[in-house]
Design a protein around this ligand. Sequence first.
Ligand SMILES: [Fe+2]
Length: 104
Amino acid sequence: MKIFNSEHLHPDEEIRFVSAGSGYFDIRSREDTWVRLEVTEGDFMVIPTGTYHRFYLDTQGYVKLRRFFTEAPSWIAFPRPEGDMYTAKHRDVVQDRAVLVEAN
Ligand SMILES: [Fe+2]
C-alpha cells in the first residue's frame, strides 16, 4: 500500500475497477491542487497517463481494486518529482481527463 499512498504517476493509463470496498483517489489538478474522488464498489475509473495521484482507504479499511491495461501490463510508477518528465510530455493532454463512472 505504500506506493498507493505516495504521490506518483504512470507512463500509461491507470484503469481501475472497484470490485469491493471503498476509498479515495486524489488526483493532482492542473492548478497543482488535489481533487478527491470517492470510489465505491462498482465504480470504474481512468487516470490519464502522466497524472499524479495517490490512494487512501476510508474508515472501512478495505478495498479490492482491479487494474486493466490496454497494452502489455506494466506496473511502473514514478514518485514526484521523478515523474515530471511525463507530465511535461503530456501536459496538454491529460490534466483534466480523469474519469470516474459511478455505479448505477
Ligand atoms: Fe497509480
